[in-house]
Design a protein around this ligand. Structure first.
Ligand code: NAP
Length: 259
């Protein structure tokens, strides 16, 4: 574990004093969410899997800007490893106020050609990964009688998408997970919501062939890709006190794709 924090600097932002764990925060949307939560005063725990250097660079950047951050390497699909990560966090900070389940992968293919391995990899990371962190943190959230969980789903999970049976299943599953856990934790003041991004400019969509990118943009009524900031703004809202009476919801941030 690499640690970078600076307790001497505190900000009076909306999330000051909050501890936020963001999974898959080394790149893309997760990185943008971590930056946004840090800018609002939260201490951000940056989870990564393969991109250690990028996670460390982000933590250093946040600290340089006067915020607080720490990197935690962990494959979210590994139940035991998630348990150890949570244990380490609780030992140091005593709590987690905000959990953002953002880590996700794609392994696109037509159903006829999709391998079992690609199906399992996507489900294990995108859906079981969220189960793993929620499962290990839920008793802490219950004890605190407060907390915000935001799961990053996708319009693919809302609408379906050809070539993404595994991914769509994982993202639709996240919506079911969100609604059930929201019902379980609501009476203890814990809010659980999902954000469903549309077509966002990150490594994930940059890896698509040009034709697929063009088709993606053509499916957006607003006529353009979204940015990581578009998603981060909505997550920050759901993570803050202004959203205290919102739970079990799915907010599409997609330029109108899911209309
Ligand atoms: P990205 O640029 O490919 O970044 C994916 C992030 O997930 C990386 O930080 C990666 O970390 C992390 N990750 C992957 N597997 C992991 C694992 N097993 N354990 C921990 N972290 C893991 O993707 P993105 O576009 O930012 O997507 C972020 C989330 O938004 C995903 O859940 C994705 O499904 C969702 N989403 C994206 C779009 C879009 O258009 N981009 C649309 C809808 C939904 P390492 O590099 O450290 O391994």
């Amino acid at each position: 574990m690499v640690e970078t924090d600076n307790n001497s600097i505190s900000r009076g932002g909306e999330l000051a004093g909050k501890i936020a764990l963001v999974t898959g925060a080394s790149r893309g949307i997760g990185r943008g969410i971590a930056q946004k939560l840090a800018s609002l005063g939260a201490t951000v725990l940056i989870n990564y899997n393969g991109s250690r250097e990028r996670a460390e660079a982000l933590a250093a950047e946040i600290v340089e800007n006067g915020g607080q951050a720490q990197c935690l390497g962990c494959d979210v699909s590994d139940f035991t490893a998630c348990g150890s990560m949570v244990e380490e966090i609780i030992k140091k900070y005593g709590r987690v106020d905000i959990l953002v389940n953002n880590a996700g992968v794609t392994r696109d293919n037509l159903i006829m050609r999709m391998s079992e391995e690609d199906y399992d990899r996507v489900l294990d990371t995108n859906l079981k990964g969220a189960f793993n962190t929620i499962r290990h943190l839920s008793r802490h959230f219950l004890k605190q009688r407060s907390g915000k969980i935001v799961n990053i789903s996708s319009v693919s999970g809302v609408l379906g998408n050809p070539g993404q049976a595994n991914y769509s299943a994982s993202k639709a599953g996240l919506i079911g997970l969100t609604k059930s856990v929201a019902r379980e934790l609501a009476s203890r003041g814990v809010c659980v919501n999902a954000v469903a991004p549309g077509f966002i400019d990150t490594d994930m969509t940059r890896a698509l062939p040009e034709k697929a990118r063009e088709a993606g943009v053509a499916a957006v009524p607003m006529g353009r890709m979204g940015s990581v900031e578009d998603i981060a703004e909505t997550v920050a809202f759901l993570a803050g006190e202004r959203a205290n009476y919102i739970t079990g919801q799915v907010i599409c941030v997609d330029g109108g794709m899911a209309i």
